[in-house]
Design a protein around this ligand. Structure first.
Ligand SMILES: O=C(O)C1=C[C@@H](OP(=O)(O)O)[C@@H](O)[C@H](O)C1
Ligand SMILES: C=C(OP(=O)(O)O)C(=O)O
Length: 432
């Protein structure tokens, strides 16, 4: 039980200071994966030393790649695709859906047998969204419920390119198929209903690959070699989101977030908060390794409700839990729709967000594909709440506890280490 004890009975806390946001989880995963496929030494700076990305390192070490984790950088000694060898043990992705799905694409192209397992949460998350197209390409895959759930076994080998229309807007699905396409004969084309994050497309180009991107469709031709490069990982905007919302809804606050990635496919949190009336400014904008970066300055502001849906959803899919908290403090109603993907994240985030915010006194109801939140200026009431082992729930509830009268106890905040190991310390340091 982790105690975020808000002893200020009328919660007169404010948040003031500067936060160093840890490296982007999506980009950190890809730097290890692509460096493992490349020829030469890839140097990764500002790598996210969170549990999910450490799972990726562990899996590729088991596949024979030498990876050296130093204090300020990670070195990946790639020997090209031929450098990957059959693992003597199962590949454990821990809590990481990104590791699981992108790894399946890569090992589908490798001429040996692999078994992928994960934690209890991963064991409930749908993998058929990648195993189905990968089998269409020629990968021999089996697993629970017809390769829907882990443990999943894959014997990779001769793949042929396919043209695939994904039924979901998912960068994990898109990336898995494109990565298998690297090994396939011919060209592989992937399209999706709405554009999802494009870190794979950007980074494969940085590793010397050619891709064709046209709207929501990406194509790649097999047989290309990756060349090692240096990757500087920007701060993770999905982690910054907790401070963007906290700085907006907690009175008399001002927080500066340094070197945060502001990739256009990831900035839904900024466009939504701006629409709600937040006071957020971008400073020192630049582009590093093909990824836009900026300092973000957030100040307290009175928010108003909004509607979040359609093509905006993939650009803020991981930020919807903390946006639900923001909505609880806004004036008027907020509707989140077209977000059924929330039901297959680390938890069913529609159910867990509604359950836990209701305990804190928020007027919120679940819908099939989202939620409806009635904003209020009434303080939240302290309660015993739970993260359900979901890192983004743990961080959202930690911010919520600062707004609640009385004490709030959060069951299991250890899971926050999946993406933001020093989150609690960073939040506590801002408390004034
Ligand atoms: O590609 C990635 O790195 C990710 C994509 C998203 O999942 P989907 O693309 O499956 O929605 C996101 O939820 C996840 O945190 C990371
Ligand atoms: C869903 C997430 O990650 P993953 O799918 O990699 O587990 C997340 O970080 O919120």
């Amino acid at each position: 039980m982790s105690k975020m004890n808000n002893s200020h009975s009328n919660h007169k806390v404010s948040l003031v200071g500067e936060v160093t946001i840890p490296g982007d989880k999506s980009i950190s995963h890809r730097a290890i994966m692509f460096g493992s496929l490349a020829t030469g030494v890839t140097k990764v700076t500002n790598f996210l030393l969170g549990e999910d990305c450490l799972s990726t390192i562990d899996c590729f070490r088991k596949l024979g790649v030498h990876i050296d984790v130093q204090k300020d950088e990670v070195l990946v000694y790639g020997n090209g695709i031929e450098g990957l060898k059959e693992s003597e043990s199962v590949l454990d992705v821990g809590n990481s859906g990104t590791t699981a799905r992108l790894l399946m694409g890569i090992i589908s192209g490798l001429p040996f047998h692999s078994v992928i397992i994960g934690d209890e949460s991963i064991g409930k998350r749908p993998m058929k969204r990648v195993t189905k197209p990968l089998k269409m390409m020629g990968s021999q895959i089996d697993g629970r419920d017809d390769a829907t759930y882990t443990p999943i076994s894959i014997r990779g080998g001769q793949l042929k390119g396919i043209s695939y229309e994904s039924p979901v807007s998912s960068a994990q699905v898109k990336s898995s198929i494109l990565l298998a396409g690297l090994f396939a004969d011919g060209t592989t084309i992937v399209s999706e209903p709405e554009k999802s994050r494009d870190h794979t497309e950007r980074m494969l180009k940085a590793f010397g690959c050619e891709l064709d991107v046209s709207g929501n469709t990406v194509s790649i031709t097999g047989g290309q070699q990756l060349k090692a490069t240096n990757v500087t990982v920007p701060g993770d905007i999905s982690s910054a989101a907790f401070f963007l919302v906290a700085g907006s809804i907690i009175p008399n606050s001002e927080i500066l977030l340094k070197n945060v990635g502001v990739n256009p496919t990831r900035i839904g949190i900024l466009t939504v908060l701006d629409r709600m009336g937040a006071d957020i400014t971008l400073e020192n904008e630049k582009v590093v390794n093909g990824e836009p970066i900026a300092d973000l300055r957030v100040k307290s502001a009175k928010l108003k409700g909004t509607i979040i849906g359609g093509e905006e959803i993939p650009t803020c899919i991981d930020e919807l839990p903390i946006l639900a908290l923001a909505a609880s403090q806004a004036e008027g109603e907020t509707i989140i729709k077209d977000a059924e993907e929330l039901r297959v994240k680390e938890t069913d985030r529609i159910q867990t967000v509604v359950t836990e915010l209701t305990k804190l006194g928020v007027s919120i109801e679940a819908t099939k594909d989202g939620m409806i939140i009635q904003g209020s200026n009434k303080a939240l009431n302290g309660a015993n709440v739970a993260s359900h082992g979901d890192h983004r729930m743990g961080m959202m509830l930690s911010v919520a506890s600062l707004l609640a009268d009385g004490e709030t106890f959060i069951e299991n905040t250890e899971c926050i280490a999946v993406s933001f190991p020093n989150f609690k310390e960073q939040l506590q340091e801002l408390l004034k």
